[in-house]
Design a protein around this ligand. Structure first.
Ligand code: SAM
Length: 221
């Protein structure tokens, strides 16, 4: 009797299984585990350069050469790598819930730029500038608001730390699934940008025609 070759059942790799089980939200331990598994290494690669290209162009126009950038949910400091490396007079403060990501960010920043950079373990809802008088020329929240349902309602907290001509920059990836938790923040952000609470200075949509991934980006004050 002829045997038919049976397709081997597809067994998810342990990394895929872990990733499927984990809901990141704003849970520091889940983020630490994801960073230990190197799941966000892509954020440093050319794949992410188009998103950072738009952010970098805005910051180039709007942040003075001796300015200060606050990077909320900074992860492994990819903003420094892509955007701030060649702006040697700009000060950088990054904060994140993940201690593991911050360790990598410290290495990414490196000893040469350590004097102008500061990393803080804090969440979006509770971050406070270490010096209450400190003001930022740009506050960047890139790919971070999607992870908490109420994140967009926290934006007004950040406004009081903007310098006189300071700007906020927010980016959000378009949610890929109708049941994704990212839909709430995505809709809330659009409603907020269409409302009269903030002045939108520029906005952009970036699309990867091959993968179908897309991002909305705003700069506003
Ligand atoms: C997809 S990563 C993006 C990292 C970085 N902004 C970038 O674009 O390269 C999301 C980051 O947001 C952080 N994060 C998620 N929720 C947060 C919260 N409520 N407060 C602060 N950081 C948060 C995570 O730890 C993670 O580092």
């Amino acid at each position: 009797m002829a045997h038919r070759a049976e397709a081997a059942p597809s067994v998810p790799s342990s990394r895929e299984a872990r990733r499927a089980k984990r809901r990141l939200g704003a849970d520091p331990e889940a983020w630490d585990e994801a960073y230990r598994a190197d799941e966000f290494a892509r954020l440093h690669t050319l794949k992410e350069a188009p998103r950072y290209g738009i952010i970098g162009a805005w910051l180039r126009h709007l942040v003075p050469d001796d300015g200060h950038v606050l990077d909320g949910g900074c992860g492994e400091g990819a903003l420094v790598r892509h955007v701030l490396r060649d702006r040697s007079g700009v000060h950088y403060t990054g904060f994140d819930v993940s201690a593991v990501a911050l360790e990598t960010a410290r290495r990414v920043i490196g000893p040469d730029d350590a004097h102008r950079a500061r990393l803080i373990r804090a969440g979006l809802a509770d971050f406070e500038p270490p010096d209450p008088a400190e003001r930022y020329d740009a506050i960047v929240l890139t790919e971070v608001l999607s992870y908490s349902g109420e994140s967009v309602s926290w934006l007004p907290r950040f406004r009081r730390w903007l310098a006189a001509d300071g700007v906020m920059v927010v980016t959000l990836q378009h949610p890929r699934r109708p049941d994704s938790g990212a839909n709430g923040p995505f809709r809330a952000m659009h409603a907020t940008m269409d409302g009269d609470m903030w002045t939108v200075l520029d906005r952009a949509t970036l699309t990867n025609p091959r993968s179908g991934n897309a991002w909305d980006l705003w700069v506003f004050r």
